[in-house]
Write a protein that binds this ligand. Structure first.
Ligand SMILES: Cc1cc2nc3c(=O)[nH]c(=O)nc-3n(C[C@H](O)[C@H](O)[C@H](O)COP(=O)(O)OP(=O)(O)OC[C@H]3O[C@@H](n4cnc5c(N)ncnc54)[C@H](O)[C@@H]3O)c2cc1C
Length: 479
């Protein structure tokens, strides 16, 4: 499946989605390696290592392995690298259709930003001055500060499971299972269970629930509470600091540029538009077969595909039962992200609405001469981003006079190579499945943001897992 169009000409047109071909007119894919001519054809059929998936996990693994002198083939299903990040443009200005925000406290991504000399810039609405929110079915407007104070207090209460603000249960954010036994009790709960147990006022509940909804990108009943404790720990046990790390700063040159620089720094073969069908282990290594029928051999394989598509690759022998269970359950991240261009100038604004609103959280991403570009998030299945009237109707619940001029986005949940957005575990998965998911099996190494220890679900986690997989593969091949 090739990628999409995400353009911004014309009025009131949907400008994104899944398209059949990257050659469609007006596709300003700024994502790395969408340009013809940058694809390296495999030079042979046997390698030391084959890496499957050219998201940031696969790129980091390939680069580190190839730079240590091993022969590496990187096989990617799509016609571009970058995976669940995709830099595009809306009316000439960069937008990120997938992974966007990074922070200097995310060690692996910050290391890459430093290494390749990239810069950061701020999303204005992430530090909103005014907010609109829906509580008990009524729309309210106000200054952001007092509302944020309420949300911050509510989140503190939500995560205070131990009388120490969550610090006793998840003290080491990059080692989430450090106190596994203490965490397991909370891991049995969903976000909804925890919310229901707190007896919050209706307004506080209606303010907290959009924040939880965007985090798990699904209904709260599907999502594990333990992952909220993990984000809280990664966010220094503070709402403002956590939000800054999640949604405020992005790479000025775009995620696509980071991927392109990593690719350029990686002395390996890359084959794009080569979905892998199967991996089979033999006595002397592995055979990897693509859907087009190409066959490659390698001593070790790195699986750097999303958790939600892992079961689409036939493994012989089969992966362990624990891995299969995780793959079959999948993670909860399946909601929408889109950009909405409106005629009104709303300044640095944020809108919030509890489930089942189709737009859970939205904020100003660009203040423009001809209005405002909002970035919007919502749960799965409630907003058809290809239907501009539906988008306008949904937005009007928060901004009653909004006139939509254009919508742009990408449908990650129906893309067969992602089947979802960012990773958030279901109840029980963190303490029950993560360790097994990470375990290598006979020369097959697992990588990907969806199984990282630290910033799982983020670009930082993808890099962490790729670097770790490369280290483990080197040790395995030496051993
Ligand atoms: C809408 C959205 C918003 C996000 N926002 C943020 C954010 O603001 N900040 C942040 O840090 N993170 C964010 N994320 C999460 C982040 O983008 C991902 O966690 C990260 O990019 C995943 O990297 P990865 O390498 O693990 O997986 P992926 O990027 O998914 O890469 C896996 C690769 O495997 C390929 N593949 C799949 N099947 C096959 C096959 N059979 N054969 C060969 N290749 C295959 C895929 O095409 C893909 O290129 C967001 C994600 C989405 C979708």
């Amino acid at each position: 499946m090739d990628d999409l169009k995400a353009n911004g000409q014309g009025r009131r047109r949907f400008l994104g989605g899944l398209a059949g071909s990257v050659g469609l007119a007006g596709v300003p894919g700024l994502a790395a390696a969408a340009t013809p001519g940058t694809v390296t054809k495999p030079g042979r059929d046997a390698y030391d290592v084959i890496v499957i998936g050219a998201g940031f996990a696969g790129l980091a693994a390939s680069r580190d392995l190839a730079k240590s002198g091993l022969s590496v083939l990187l096989l990617e299903a799509r016609n571009r690298i970058g995976g669940r990040t995709f830099t595009s443009a809306y009316q000439g200005k960069k937008i990120e259709l997938g992974g966007t925000w990074i922070h200097w406290s995310q060690p692996h991504v910050w290391n890459e930003i430093t290494r390749y000399g990239l810069n950061i810039e701020e999303s204005p609405g992430a530090a909103a001055e005014t907010v609109s929110w829906i509580t008990a079915g009524k729309l309210k407007h106000g200054k952001a500060e007092p509302v944020w104070e309420k949300i911050a207090k509510a989140m503190e209460r939500f995560c205070n499971v131990d009388g120490q603000g969550g610090r006793a249960v998840l003290p080491l954010a990059h080692d989430p299972l450090f106190r596994k036994d203490a965490l397991a009790r909370w891991d049995a709960l969903s976000l909804q269970d925890r919310l229901d147990s707190l007896h919050l006022t209706r307004e506080v509940r209606d303010l907290l629930s959009p924040q939880l909804g965007i985090n798990c990108h699904n209904e709260l009943g599907q999502a594990g509470f333990a992952d909220m404790l993990r984000w809280w720990s990664l966010g220094d046990f503070d709402m403002g600091r956590m939000f800054d790390k999640l949604g405020r700063y992005k790479i000025r040159e775009g995620m696509g540029e980071l991927a392109a620089r990593m690719r350029a720094d990686c002395p390996c073969d890359v084959a794009l538009s080569e979905p892998v069908a199967s991996v089979t282990r033999f006595e002397d290594g592995h055979r990897v077969v693509t859907i087009k029928g190409a066959v490659y051999r390698a001593s070790a394989v790195v699986m750097a595909v999303p958790l939600n598509v892992l079961q689409t690759i036939t493994m012989t022998p089969a992966l362990s039962t624990g891995k299969q269970t995780m793959a079959n359950e999948g993670h909860t991240g399946r909601g929408t992200k889109c950009y909405i261009h409106i005629k009104q100038k709303v300044g640095n604004w944020m809108g919030m609405a509890p489930y089942p609103s189709p737009i859970t959280l939205t904020w100003t991403e660009q203040q423009r001469d001809d209005g405002t570009l909002l970035v919007c998030f919502g749960p799965p299945g409630l907003l058809d981003i290809t239907d501009e009237d539906a988008v306008q109707a949904a937005l009007r619940t928060l901004l009653p006079k909004a006139e939509v001029l254009g919508v742009s986005g990408y449908q990650w949940d129906v893309d067969p190579y992602s089947r979802g957005t960012w990773c958030w575990y279901r109840p029980g998965q963190l303490t029950g499945g993560l360790q097994e998911l990470r375990r290598a099996e006979h020369g097959v190494f697992m990588a990907g943001s969806d199984l990282a220890e630290g910033w799982r679900g983020f670009v930082d986690g993808a890099l962490e897992s790729g670097i770790t997989a490369a280290r483990d593969v080197r040790a395995y091949l030496k051993g």
